[in-house]
Structures are given as structure tokens and as C-alpha cells.
Design a protein around this ligand. Structure first.
Ligand SMILES: Cc1cc2nc3c(=O)[nH]c(=O)nc-3n(C[C@H](O)[C@H](O)[C@H](O)COP(=O)(O)O)c2cc1C
Length: 335
């Protein structure tokens, strides 16, 4: 193919099929300012002597600083540093504002929270079309055992290692059915919460009602009936009685159901149990596996939810006075 006929978009797309990590490269300019940018052109070059490379667009506002700097630092970003990556990919931002910074050789800024960090002495600069290729000798490095952020086809990703666990998926329909796996997971997560409910003489239906009210109270019985119906259960006025008798709920003259102060506290306590159950369930998963699990479940919720009645849309469950939002701001933990 004649290179002058390349479609730049297609060329970019083809290059994007090469999956990389994401780095932030930083340096200190002669003007005493810190400079840095997000770069995925990083690669290892040599072990002995230890050398790495990356390339910088000639149009980058950081180019003059890197062209004269004797040192630079490469930070391999961790999976939870996507927003930092976005910050350093934008021109004109005060990229270093409010970041905790250490200093390396030549006063270069060193960022925290990454999965690895290389402090380098600039050894070569090569012309590379519209980029300059920087080769640096590594003078010091740190490795922090954090999973990396991944970049592929113009978007961020998470690393999922192919391991034997994945190959070990049972083919037996019964215990491999998605519904069984989801149900079993849900009931096991619910166990500590059920124990707490039992101590108060409350049943699963009470939990459903408290959960829905936690997303926003002041609802009518009809609202509750509609929303609880997603669980396949039915609610009658008498089902509210045990919660009213225990001083957890009150019904106002417009027949709207509200938490009492005690009810609100109990709902926060149940939420803390739910968060603790989630944390312990995720112990067997690393950061990106836990993210991936939730991402995939959200996709399944979307793909199975298109025919649902409008009142089961997420926004109908949540109201501004949600206990969850308030409680998460106060860091609720089981007492
Ligand atoms: C994932 C990702 C990888 C990037 N890789 C590079 C790169 O290797 N080299 C480069 O010059 N720009 C790269 N960029 C673009 C720069 O980060 C961006 O143009 C730059 O930070 C703009 O600000 P500046 O002009 O102040 O440098 C990348 C951006 C992203 C989001």
C-alpha cells in the first residue's frame, strides 16, 4: 500500500489494536515548572544497561521542557488511576494541582499510587516523524504490586489474567445456570443481614420494604407494591404493621410511609451489613475482577430489562432523600 494513501483514522484504529499499559511521564523544565503527560508509547529497551523509551508529540506543550531536561520519570498507572490519566492527557490543565509529589534527580516530580515508577536520565533523543523518541537510562525504580491500567482501541480496560479458574467452568447445567449462580450469590450475601433481621423478628418482606424505603421514603402503599413486585412478592397494608409496631416506620395522614429516626438508623445498620458482606465476598477477587464482575452483571441487567414496566426503572427506585447516599457520606460500619 502506498503510504500517502493511508487513511489516518484507519491507521490509528489499526495501531489501537495493540494493547498497552498507560504511563504518565514527568519532568522539571528549565523554568522551574513541572511538566507531564499521559503516554502509552512507553516500552522497555534494554536490561543491561537498564533502558526504556517513549515518544512525545512535537506539538505537546511539554515538548520544550522534555527537549532540554536531563531527567524524566515514567509512572506505570494502576487500574484505579484512570482520572489521573485523563488529567494528564488534557492540555492547559494544572496537571499537578493538589497532588502529593516527591522529587527525583534534577528535581523531577514523582507521583504516587502507580504500579511502577522509573527515574531516568535522558540518554538519546531521536527524530520520529511527528514525534520525538526519548531513550532513558533507568537510574532508580519502584514497583508497588498494583494491577495496571490497560489501554486498547482508544479506551481503558482492566487486566484479566487467563488462569486455570476460568478454564474450570463446570458444564453441568444445574450449577452453571446464570440464575442459579446469581441467586446463590445473592442468598449467601444476604445471610448476615437475615440474621440481624431475625433478631428483630423481621422477615424477608420487611427487608424488601426497608430496602426500597432506604432508596427514598415518603412512598404510598401503591408505590411500595409496584416496586416490591420486582422480587415476585406481594405487599398488603398489614405487611407494614410489624415495622410500624417496632417503631421503624410511620404512616402520615396522606398514607405515605416514612422512616422514624430509629427506622432510619436501623436501615443504615442494614446497609453497613450489606457493605460488609460485599467486601467479604470480594476478598477472593482482585480489583479488576470485582470491577469486571459488576460491569458484566450491569450488562445482563440491561439485556434482560428492556421489557420491564417503566416503574422498575432505576430512577424510580431512587429519591433524593435516600438513606444510602446519606449513610455512605457518614461511613457506616456494623457496630
Ligand atoms: C492513553 C493515552 C496515551 C497517550 N500517549 C501519548 C504518547 O505516547 N505520546 C504523546 O505525545 N501523547 C500521548 N497522548 C496524548 C497526550 O497525553 C496529550 O496530547 C497531552 O497530554 C496534551 O497535553 P500537553 O500538550 O500539555 O502535553 C496520550 C493520551 C492518552 C489518553
Amino acid at each position: 500500500m502506498n503510504t500517502s494513501n493511508f487513511d489516518p483514522k484507519q491507521f490509528r484504529q489499526a495501531l489501537g489494536s495493540f494493547t498497552t499499559g498507560v504511563t504518565i511521564v514527568t519532568t522539571r523544565g528549565e523554568d522551574g515548572q513541572d511538566y507531564g503527560l499521559t503516554a502509552n508509547s512507553f516500552n522497555s529497551v534494554s536490561l543491561e544497561p537498564p533502558m526504556v523509551l517513549w515518544s512525545l508529540s512535537k506539538t505537546s506543550s511539554s515538548a520544550p521542557a522534555f527537549m532540554t531536561a536531563e531527567h524524566f520519570a515514567v509512572h506505570i498507572l494502576a487500574a484505579d488511576q484512570e482520572s489521573l490519566s485523563n488529567r494528564f492527557a488534557k492540555r492547559g490543565e494544572d496537571k499537578f494541582a493538589a497532588l502529593p509529589i516527591q522529587r527525583g534527580p534534577g528535581d523531577i516530580p514523582l507521583l504516587e499510587g502507580c504500579s511502577a515508577r522509573f527515574q531516568c536520565r535522558t540518554t538519546y533523543r531521536y527524530e520520529g516523524g511527528d514525534h520525538i523518541i526519548f531513550v532513558g537510562e533507568v537510574v532508580a525504580f519502584d514497583s508497588f504490586d498494583k494491577s495496571p491500567l490497560v489501554f486498547h482501541s482508544g479506551g481503558y480496560g482492566l487486566l484479566l489474567k487467563k488462569n486455570s479458574d476460568l478454564a474450570d467452568v463446570s458444564s453441568n447445567f444445574g450449577d452453571d445456570w446464570l440464575g442459579f449462580l446469581l441467586g446463590r450469590t445473592y442468598y449467601q450475601l444476604l445471610m448476615p443481614i437475615r440474621e440481624r433481621l431475625k433478631e428483630h423478628g423481621l422477615r424477608d418482606i420487611d427487608y424488601e420494604l426497608l430496602t426500597i424505603l432506604s432508596m427514598g421514603d415518603g412512598r404510598t402503599l401503591a408505590d411500595l407494591q409496584h416496586l416490591v413486585a420486582i422480587t415476585g412478592q406481594e405487599v398488603a397494608a398489614k405487611d407494614l404493621q410489624p415495622l410500624v409496631e417496632r417503631g421503624l416506620l410511620v404512616i402520615d395522614q396522606d398514607r405515605r410511609v416514612h422512616f422514624t429516626e430509629q427506622g432510619r438508623r436501623f436501615a443504615i445498620e442494614l446497609l453497613a451489613f450489606a457493605k460488609a458482606a460485599e467486601t467479604s465476598a470480594e476478598q477472593g477477587l482482585n480489583f479488576e475482577e470485582a470491577q469486571l464482575l459488576k460491569m458484566l452483571l450491569k450488562r445482563v441487567i440491561r439485556s434482560t430489562g428492556s421489557e420491564l414496566p417503566a416503574y422498575w426503572r432505576k430512577e424510580n427506585f431512587w429519591r433524593e432523600n435516600s438513606v444510602w447516599t446519606q449513610a455512605l457520606c457518614q461511613d457506616a460500619t456494623p457496630g
